[in-house]
Write a protein that binds this ligand. Structure first.
Ligand code: NAP
Ligand code: GDD
Length: 336
């Protein structure tokens, strides 16, 4: 029997992250049963799922959370054999580029080898049961590194960070398992995507949060690093729809997802302060070398023509609207 979205089962690693929470909402709306891997922590780490959390005692529930870790192959394998998903979205990662210079080995283990652990488990599962599992790898524009913009699916990968190197490993593993074993495995090469749920130490959220605190008189200054770096920033929920679309194609392939527009960190800062009615942003900004990276990705611009043509995917939220959404949300934290 062909499964419709109504009776499909998805397994998501990184469900507690920005993208994981948006993807879960999207899949639940489509009628999927969603299982997500969460890490055991001494504090609650499921705040982004608060709106959709279903109590384990609820009847007919569609959202299930399981403890696990991408560093633990046996646990990943056990979860896959138990859940028997139709689709796996591997969004879990040590995802902070600057932090990857401090903990390169851990980053390689989780962000790089984590994908390989899942692919190996899928291969065995398919061999033993005959049931197919589709695999989505959260690849990144950080893999392009020093390659000049615009970047597309054929641009050489020249990573500039331990995180970028780990993502290249996972990207290549995904391609290899597709070509060598016929697994339906896709790479979504996503450019930076942000939202009101973005982690507080990524630059956009760090800025919009600081704007709200400065406006409220709680802080006086915001310390940043390289203001000249340029990024192609889009709105996260739209990117998760693109991820799902990749998994619904007749054949597995790799796709670049981005807006095709680039802006500097400085432009983001300027617009965010202006949006909050704070004139002369320079008054509030300090530069702290600790936020510079040993190597930097200077300019990212997506050429997402392939996604437009094959997936019929187009970005909707423009840069100025994104800044507006994030500034507004941080000014009204209860509404996030
Ligand atoms: P995020 O908010 O940092 O979320 C990362 C998720 O991975 C969290 O759920 C985190 O759990 C989980 N995780 C971390 N270490 C883990 C481990 N050892 N085992 C299992 N789970 C672990 O990242 P995001 O922005 O949603 O991004 C999602 C994915 O897309 C990541 O792989 C990222 O590298 C990639 N990506 C992101 C962008 C972007 O611009 N957002 C662009 C390209 C690619 P905790 O909540 O417990 O920390
Ligand atoms: N985080 C941070 N903090 N970045 C700063 C700061 C600061 O105080 N000051 C300047 N920047 C610059 C960084 O040097 C970088 O050039 C740019 O702002 C964006 O930094 P991040 O927001 O940390 O994102 P990223 O581009 O390094 O990585 C994000 O996007 C990748 C896709 O290209 C992450 O989401 C990765 O997981 C993702 O793969």
């Amino acid at each position: 029997m062909k499964k419709t979205a109504k009776n499909k089962v998805a397994l998501i690693t990184g469900i507690t992250g920005q993208d994981g929470s948006f993807l879960t909402e999207f899949l639940l709306k489509k009628g999927y049963e969603v299982h997500g891997i969460i890490r055991r922590a001494s504090t609650f780490n499921t705040s982004r799922l608060a709106k959709i959390y279903q109590d384990p005692h609820e009847k007919d529930r569609k959202l299930f959370l399981i403890h696990g870790d991408l560093a633990d192959a046996e646990n990943i394998r056990k979860i896959i054999y138990t859940v028997k998903p139709n689709e796996i979205y591997n969004l879990g990662a040590q995802s902070h580029v600057r932090v990857s210079f401090d903990i390169p080995e851990y980053t390689a283990n989780v962000t790089g080898l984590g994908a390989l652990r899942i692919l190996e488990a899928i291969k065995d599962f398919q061999d033993h049961t005959g049931q197919k599992i589709k695999f989505y790898q959260a690849s990144s524009s950080e893999m392009f590194g020093a390659s000049p913009a615009p970047q597309n699916e054929t641009t050489p990968l020249r990573p500039q960070s331990p995180y970028g190197i780990a993502k290249v490993f996972a990207y290549n593993a995904t391609k290899l398992y597709r070509e060598a074993y016929g697994i339906f495995a896709v790479n979504g090469i996503l450019f930076n995507h942000e939202s009101e749920r973005r982690g507080e130490t990524f630059v956009t959220r760090k800025i919009t949060r600081a704007v709200a605190r400065i406006k409220a008189g709680l802080d006086k200054k915001l310390y940043l690093g390289n203001l000249d770096a340029r990024r192609d920033w889009g709105y996260a929920p739209e990117y998760m729809e693109a991820a799902w679309l990749m998994m619904q194609q007749p054949k597995p392939d790799d796709y670049v997802i981005g807006t095709g527009e680039t802006h500097s960190v400085r432009e983001f800062v300027e617009l965010a302060f202006k949006e909050a009615g704070l004139k002369d942003y320079k008054k509030y900004i300090g530069i702290d070398p600790r936020y510079y990276r040993p190597a930097e990705v200077q300019n990212l611009v997506a050429d997402a023509a392939k996604a437009g043509k094959v997936l019929k995917w187009k970005p909707k939220t423009k840069f100025a609207d994104l800044v507006k959404i994030m500034v507004k949300a941080d000014a009204n934290p209860k509404k996030i």
